[in-house]
Design a binder for this molecule. Structure first.
Ligand SMILES: O=C(O)[C@H](O)[C@@H](O)[C@H](O)[C@H](O)COP(=O)(O)O
Length: 609
């Protein structure tokens, strides 16, 4: 068995040490809660219990007499978001699978699920990050019925998995499995789609041509096929051992998908407190599992959104991890994958080439991931270094061979880069993330005069007027959690991509987010502290920048700085919080949110986590 890399060991020890009081308090609470709910039927008075099974039909008696485990399903189903559309059919099917092993299943609750693709560049995007916390709250409400012995989480997309995980972790005495439904089949190549978008941005393609190309990309139920936030979530659930092994990227209507879901339900009946293989979520998600999630992100060049979500869900488990920890590991975790936007193939091609089983085997063999974590699949993370297949009617697992496509997936001994896909940049403009995996190394350093904007629409206008046809660092500020909920600014990619292709040195600096689908243009994102002042009147450095200031952004030497003297300036006036599209209702989330590096969450901050 390979020895753990000393840097991974050092970072893990540091995270364990830093988290000691929080982790202890969390585990103590979970232990007390688990004991209190050990026998849910005596814990719940009869009238309460009867309310809970009144509509359970043929399962009512079993629930009433506690004949077998009762699985709570938290579903983020809706049929507008393509990845979640298949979930509509899941609960009735899951109830049948539960009965096969003497268990029952009930839908404990539903959560919202928003699609960042639908809301990209639109007002609704300002609710997106906070929707993660709404989902955590909604999951918590569902589980508060206290009727369950284990939990099935039905959620895939960007904020949904982190939100479900945060909610689930507060019920961490319950064993919990995430059940994905898989990617849609590949449509038009993602690079083709981007090309048409750039042509449209330049006025060289019509709206009809653009819509035709987009509909060839987004064309059926299932997760979008680029390696963005949703698919990075799936990767993380594998790295943390919270899926059935290898469930991430099996297409929605395949027989294998069905059998994986069936196996997950059977497993949920087997790993409860009453059995002899108890696997509570609180013990599965420990410091090592959280470190594994970050390592997976680095090794695969995953979504930058997880630089925000990992610290957030870690807090829900009593663990503190920050960008310094992730950046230190990035120096030794090699980049093993090139999936669009970091390459040209999509997640279906990635899966066919060996997928997550290959990545996990390589990381484990090179001592770059923690093997000794408690997983839901059984045993430790070794089970996830395999791939599922159909042996007759049943799912079985087998070893993964060599990479089926060296342009997309490489062994740890011959990686695409000797380091991971993300770097920390910092200086007198703050601290930010730079996703290196999608950017050509010759663009890792950009130094140029900046143009400062207070929203993305102003950038589009300046681009259309030709004002950005030069070497420029585009600063988009007042996009942090407190200012406007920290939207993704992915709509900036086509115009900035056009400028880059015209031969200019371009970069983006923002306290907002980019999408997991963003790439190509160098960007310092999630700049912390954000520009908008906090309750103590401390404004972030971006609030003091002016047009023409020289800004240096370098992933090579880890810099984000300006030569301008900001000390004698007043901060710029911040735009007023926007109204409409429900944004006014989210005032309390904005007012109390903490910095992106901590997860950008009012809910966690106010909970004292
Ligand atoms: O973080 C993400 O992964 C994105 O938010 C993603 O959820 C969204 O759908 C993209 O905006 C679409 O990306 P394309 O530009 O590839 O269509």
């Amino acid at each position: 068995m390979s020895k753990l890399h000393p840097v991974i060991e050092r970072v893990t020890d540091r995270v364990i040490e830093r988290s000691r009081p929080g982790r202890r308090a969390y585990l103590e609470l979970m232990e007390i809660e688990g004991e209190r709910h050990r026998d849910r039927n005596t814990a719940l008075p009869c009238s309460n219990l009867a309310h809970g099974f009144a509509a359970a039909g043929e399962d009512a008696e079993s629930i009433a007499t506690r004949r077998g485990p009762n699985i709570g399903i938290i579903s983020a189903y809706n049929d507008t978001i393509s990845a979640h559309q298949p979930y509509g059919a899941y609960p009735p099917q899951m109830k049948i699978y539960a009965r096969e092993v003497g268990a029952t299943a009930q839908v404990a609750g539903a959560t919202p699920a928003m699609c960042d693709g639908v809301t990209q560049g639109a007002d609704g995007m300002e609710l997106s990050l906070f929707s993660r916390d709404v989902i955590a709250l909604a999951a918590s409400v569902g589980l508060s019925h206290a009727m369950y012995d284990s939990v099935a989480m039905l959620g895939i997309c960007d904020k949904i998995v982190p939100g479900l995980l945060i909610g689930g972790l507060r019920y961490g005495w319950l064993p919990t499995i995430f059940i994905p439904s898989g990617p849609m089949p590949s449509g038009i190549a993602n690079k083709e789609k981007q090309k048409v978008r750039q042509l449209y941005a330049e006025g060289k393609a019509t709206r009809a041509e653009l819509l035709e190309s987009e509909s060839k990309s987004y064309h059926s139920p299932g997760t979008c096929t680029f390696y963005g936030t949703a698919n990075s979530n799936q990767m993380m659930m594998e790295m943390m051992g919270l899926h059935m092994p290898g469930a991430a990227f099996v297409t929605p209507d395949s027989g294998l998908r069905k059998q994986l879901t069936r196996a997950a339900v059977h497993r949920l009946a087997a790993i409860t407190r009453d059995g002899d293989d108890y696997r509570p979520l609180a013990h599965c998600v420990d410091e090592k599992a959280i470190i594994n999630a970050a390592i997976g992100l680095l090794a695969t060049g995953g979504s930058t959104n997880h630089a925000i979500h990992i610290p957030a869900f870690a807090r829900a488990a009593g663990v503190q991890i920050d960008w310094g920890d992730i950046a230190e590991m990035s120096k030794v975790v090699p980049l093993l994958c090139r999936v669009y936007p970091n390459g040209s193939g999509d997640v279906n091609h990635f899966h066919a080439a060996g997928g997550m089983g290959f990545v996990i085997r390589e990381l484990l063999d090179a001592g770059l991931a923690h093997r000794d974590i408690m997983t839901v699949g059984g045993g430790d993370l070794s089970a996830y270094a395999q791939e599922p297949w159909l042996d007759g009617e049943k799912v079985a697992w087998r070893d993964v061979g060599p990479s089926g496509d060296a342009e997309m997936l490489r062994p740890a001994s011959e990686p695409f880069q000797s380091e991971g896909g993300m770097r920390l940049v910092e200086g007198n403009l703050g601290r930010a993330c730079f996703k290196t995996s999608a950017v050509q190394p010759e663009r890792w350093t950009i130094e140029a005069p900046c143009r400062v904007f207070d929203d993305q629409a102003q950038v589009a206008k300046a681009f259309a007027a030709g004002e950005l046809d030069k070497d420029v660092i585009v600063v988009v500020r007042f996009q942090g959690p407190r200012a406007n909920g920290m939207p993704e600014l992915h709509k900036l990619t086509p115009p900035l991509g056009v400028l880059q292709d015209r031969g200019y040195k371009v970069a983006l600096v923002t306290d907002g987010r980019m999408s997991g689908a963003s790439g190509k243009v160098p960007a310092a994102i999630h700049v912390s502290p954000e520009a908008l002042g906090d309750s103590g009147g401390n404004w972030g450095p971006l609030a003091y920048l002016r047009d023409g200031d020289i800004v240096r952004l370098s992933a090579e030497d880890g810099t984000l700085s300006t030569t301008a003297d900001l000390s004698s300036r007043q901060p710029a006036a911040a735009p007023k919080p926007a109204q409409g599209m429900g944004r006014e209702l989210f005032g309390m989330f904005r007012a109390n949110a903490d910095e992106a590096e901590k997860g950008g969450s009012a809910m966690l901050a106010m909970a004292g986590l």
